[in-house]
Design a protein around this ligand. Sequence first.
Ligand code: MGD
Ligand code: MGD
Ligand code: SF4
Ligand code: MO
Length: 744
Amino acid sequence: MSNTHFRTCHLCETMCGIAVEHKDDKILSIKGDVYDVLSKGNICPKATGLQDIHTDPDRLRKPIKKINNRWQEISWNEAFEEVGSRLANIQNHYGMNAVATHCGRSIAHNVGGLLMVDPLRRLIGTQNIYTNSTVDQQPHNFAWYFMLGHQFMATVPNIDRTDYYLMLGTNPKISNGAQMATGANTYKKLQAIQRRGGKVILIDPRRTESATYCNEHHFIKPATDALFLIGLIKTVFDKGLATAGRLKYDITGWEKIESMVSEFNLEQIAEATSIAAADIERIGVEFASAKTAVCYGRTGLSMQEFGGLCNWLMQVLNVVTGNMDEPGGMMFPLTAIDSLSMIPSVRGNYNRYRSRVSSRPEFSDELPVSVLAEEIMVPGEGKIRGLISIAGNHALSNPNGKKLEEAFEQLDFMVAVDPYLNETTRHADIILPPVGPFEKSHYDIFYHLYDTINWAKYSPCLFTPEKPGYTDFEIIGKILKSIVVKRAKNPVKKLFALSVGSLLLKWLSADRLIDLALRFGPYGGGLNPFKDGLSLKKLKENPHGIFLGEPQRALPDRLFTKDKKLHLAPDIMLSDIPRLKERWITNKPKHTDKFDLLIVSRLTNRTLGWMHNSLRLVKGKETCTLLIHPDDAAKRNIKDNSYVSVSSVTGSIKVLSEISDTMMPGVVSMPHLWGHNRPGTRQSVAATHPGVSLNDITNEKVMDELTGNAVVHGVPVKVEAIANSQLKSIEAVHKDETVEEFTA
Ligand SMILES: Nc1nc2c(c(=O)[nH]1)N[C@H]1C(S)=C(S)[C@@H](COP(=O)(O)OP(=O)(O)OC[C@H]3O[C@@H](n4cnc5c(=O)[nH]c(N)nc54)[C@H](O)[C@@H]3O)O[C@H]1N2
Ligand SMILES: Nc1nc2c(c(=O)[nH]1)N[C@H]1C(S)=C(S)[C@@H](COP(=O)(O)OP(=O)(O)OC[C@H]3O[C@@H](n4cnc5c(=O)[nH]c(N)nc54)[C@H](O)[C@@H]3O)O[C@H]1N2
Ligand code: SF4
Ligand SMILES: [Mo]
């Protein structure tokens, strides 16, 4: 007899409901849960790969330690002891900042890890805090913080009710929607807009898979979106269509915007962006005249040179057309766990300190990942010597990954909390693997912030892990306890830290915290047993989730700014406008440069970074290819499906070409998070489908000057055909750099 277990797929922010059919501890199938309140049965192929992760023999189950360049299994106690004493020694000798923490995306998909982020930051006591947010979404957080007063006060497009959907730099047919949880059916929602007489417009230097679901697609020159948005806002003002609507008395800075956009003209914008002035004007008028409209953008906007400006201007367009906090416009979910109000320490802050080497300001306790390598490599007081790396494959995901790997090798000690021995964790001294995907409970504390409907769902643990089987919550908790105890210099403090740490670890669990947070959230009944509010028990009784209503108007009450106003024109944003002008208008780039093409990234349908060890997801036609326009290929004598070299100021890679007129001339595109041909990893499937790492040629020195976010879209490159005679050596390189023997 088989059973069905219902849970949320934790692989991406779309939060699809999955039905896992299993017999005892064997998974028979993973399908969409048709009763799930959000996804209603929709899933993408990646969810089925979870069963491969569950059974994957390469997935680590016990801590391993590198001894004389060989990995050996060690006991958990030994591991925590050593991690604690090595890191405490570094901090006692060289100061608190000598240890850094760096978290990847899997921490945001992981309730236990997420609940430990704040204690981790506080107890490690370092200013060297890094996360992959600064190679992803920091510009969004930056705009929300300066406009709305909270870095996580996410604006979510009300896609179910809008009449005009303008999207930039996002490919929802493949990503399934980012910073908007729709349950793997965003493209159906795009079709629904058109069916109800609305319009969908896409702006992207690549005519992506999503373009099929749009009324119009326009190529845009990478990193010029801020100008395009200024063109739209200018049109709205020039045509007398600007309106603040209901929020008229709740906005500051209106005149500053009107005056800023008046300095631009549409012809200049058209020349810089490659979108005709007539189209900019028409889209501006259509947007402002539509009954409801929303402008939304994602990583194509945040991971480029003007990420901060783009994310700000996108919101400005919504505000000046009366579409902020209105049905069909940008709205704000009211989440069952109201982390925004509950944890004041995460509201955000800016520039309280700066990075040691290149003096980059902190934002919300974080320094840009782009400075991590130099903070490790440049000698001097405060240099990073120890690293706690959690849930990220930074060697492949951070700009100039190869340099970061060199930096990792210079550390005195590195511990990784990760289930795999991969391109990043191979540099660690100790790897601590958490339990598998079905061996823990789950609640999407973070991703509910992107809810398109208000809802809540809890996923119980399905299988009992092999003992002791620690979750990320427990592992990080035990690391912290060990460090704090070992750092304490006098015996009384040591004993105190030991007793408090043991007590907390014994009493606290992720589930207990979730229950409390639900009870004291907006839909909870507190501790009153007679009040019918949300609690963990109630969610357990509703395995498909509980619908809590469509998003409601929330402003101005919900604003976190001190004056309870929406700040339309923060000075810090305005101060970046001259850089934009200088880059694209006054100092027009000349393409005589040897790096004459711009590379952008793309995602592939079946894969997601760390899931490349699932054969069902990676097999088939090679997807890690360089898309190039036929004219650009012809100019360089490049044949389809042939090896080309792609070089930038930081390095060079070899990749297969795929000639396609879906690319804008002058722009090429390649997937990221590939490159599993480094030695010393233990991901045997990934090693047979290695691909190449795009971040070997991105440049950590170039970032969005305003927010510090890495620039991985629009990187200048040179693409050249490779002669057949050279091919053999490339294939040999791919073969040689496979997995080294693993000894346990
Ligand atoms: N060039 C370029 N670079 C990019 C991007 C791009 O578009 N172009 N996109 C950026 C974006 S948006 C993102 S989000 C990042 C992603 O980059 P990363 O955050 O580095 O994500 P992954 O490569 O998926 O690595 C996830 C890691 O978490 C581990 N892991 C999986 N599950 C768990 C778990 O339960 N617990 C723990 N502790 N570890 C776990 C995996 O083994 C893996 O090592 O890449 C960024 N980098
Ligand atoms: N299959 C799959 N789905 C995923 C993930 C995955 O790894 N695999 N990762 C998840 C994560 S962590 C994230 S953050 C989301 C990302 O979700 P999305 O942002 O929707 O995903 P991308 O495909 O990276 O879309 C970025 C688009 O921006 C375009 N672009 C590049 N530069 C510019 C520019 O200057 N201007 C404009 N207008 N466009 C530009 C690119 O061509 C690309 O089409 O996806 C999530 N979903
Ligand atoms: S879109 Fe795919 S990976 Fe993302 S939550 Fe849904 S099933 Fe999982
Ligand atoms: Mo991401």
